[in-house]
Design a binder for this molecule. Structure first.
Ligand code: GLU
Length: 428
């Protein structure tokens, strides 16, 4: 279960404050970077299929755009809050910076549960979101993308609305679009593959072979599915994944000791990563409560769902065998759990480095969309691997040189670059 005592924005600010102190940033720069530059809160009226109008709450936060246009996803979630979006926008700034792409950080969201909306209702919601924010986003201003429970089809509805308002084709305004409609090959795989590219590098440094490694993953959405795929291709075994059940929304952990086959599981998974419990049991998966993913006897944990999932209390039960935590989700570890992880000496690949593959590929998509010339999948994935590997090496190099915790090393690199941009522009 998530630990809701932690407000993600307060966590993000506390993490920033520690590093700002370490870097001895001037007070003006600190004040500027610990808050978003701009934020928009709006209501979105949507005509439901039954004729009634329902009003949704939408957000867009632009944390910082000193290094380039703001960039970040739009999340549809019933528990979305303004502070969650603020934290996620701030983490996007550090994410784009740590992989050194010329973009800033932003995030958007709508408080809603798309699982209870029809496709037509979701389309109207997407178009309504764009109508409220179209003046404040754009290919050179702020470029949204998918996030939790949004996907390529939502991005295309949003693009279409934006282009209709502006009277021209502007495919660079949004990324994560369908392939053939301005999307990039490899974007679907990018976040999950990026997690595994960084994990591969970490295992090399720790002298561990993927073929001897077993992992447990929280989540079975887009990130987790592709992470499982690539980890298996490297020879590793994923013995457990957890996700919510597609009917009652209760999460379950699905265990197959000799390895999960993602293709087989995808066949019984809904578009939001919910697995059909009965069918999984028929396929000989052991079905356990959702929280059990963290208690598995494995070498690697990959949280790839939501924030605040690894807590001080569930950390107590993790197997002594766990050597690496690769954070596929944004903010999955609470500050108290983070302290225990660092004391235990477990190697962490921090979220905004591990899951930066999505936004890195979004950057490639933006470049391709703007020039209207698209690369082969191999080229995209090769460029992605190069970017992720060099970002990983820069962070782990600093971690070794300064004897820092990996999360702090990643923050030092990312915050330093943004602070330099802010100061070079004369903002503070
Ligand atoms: N939503 C993804 C993230 O949190 C991708 C953002 C993007 O592609 O702009 O990194």
């Amino acid at each position: 279960m998530s630990d809701n005592r932690y407000n993600p924005y307060e966590t993000a600010q506390a993490q920033f404050d520690v590093i700002a102190g370490m870097l001895e940033l001037e007070s003006g720069i600190r004040e500027l970077l610990r808050r978003p530059l701009r934020e928009y809160h709006f209501t979105i009226p949507v005509r439901m299929d039954n004729g009634e109008v329902k009003v949704f709450q939408g957000f867009r936060v632009q944390h910082n755009d000193a290094r380039g246009p703001a960039k970040g996803g739009i999340r549809f979630h019933p528990e979305e809050t303004a502070d969650t979006v603020r934290a996620l926008a701030m983490w996007m700034t550090w994410k784009c910076s740590v992989v050194d792409i010329p973009l800033g950080g932003g995030k958007g969201g709508v408080i809603c549960d798309p699982r209870s909306l029809t496709d037509r209702e979701q389309e109207r919601l997407c178009r309504g979101w764009i109508r409220q924010i179209s003046k404040d986003i754009g290919p050179n201003r702020d470029v949204p993308a998918p996030d939790v429970m949004t996907s390529a089809k939502h991005m295309l509805w949003m693009l279409d609305e934006f282009e209709t308002i502006n009277g021209e084709r502007l495919p660079g305004v949004i990324t994560g679009k369908p392939v053939g409609m301005g999307g990039s090959l490899g974007r679907k795989e990018a976040t999950g593959f990026g997690v595994i590219y960084t994990l591969r590098e970490a295992l090399k440094e720790l002298n561990l072979k993927p073929e001897n490694m077993t992992a447990s993953i929280q989540g079975f959405g887009n990130v987790a599915q592709h992470a499982v795929q690539l980890f298996r291709e490297l020879g590793g075994t994923v013995s457990a994944i957890s996700c919510w059940d597609h009917k009652d929304c209760n999460s379950c952990t699905y265990v197959k000791k000799d390895g999960i086959n993602p293709k087989e599981l995808c066949e019984i998974t809904d578009p939001y990563g919910g697995i059909d419990k009965e069918k999984a049991a028929d396929m000989n998966y052991q079905v356990l409560p959702g929280d059990e993913w963290i208690n598995q006897d494995v070498d690697i944990l990959i949280p790839a769902a939501l924030e605040n999932q690894i807590t001080a209390s569930n950390m107590q039960n993790i197997s002594k065998r766990v050597k690496v935590i690769a954070e596929g989700a944004n903010g999955p570890t609470t500050p108290a759990a983070d302290k225990i992880i660092s004391e235990k000496g477990i190697f962490v690949i921090p979220d905004f480095l591990a899951n930066a593959g999505g936004v890195t590929c979004s950057y490639f998509e933006q470049v391709q969309s703007n020039m209207n010339y698209f690369w082969e999948k191999e080229e995209v994935l090769e460029k992605l691997d190069t970017k992720m590997t060099s970002a990983y090496k820069a962070v782990s190099g600093l971690d070794r040189k300064r004897k820092l915790y990996m999360r702090d090393a990643a923050y030092v690199i990312a915050i330093n670059r943004v602070a330099e941009a802010v100061s070079a522009r004369g903002w503070a």
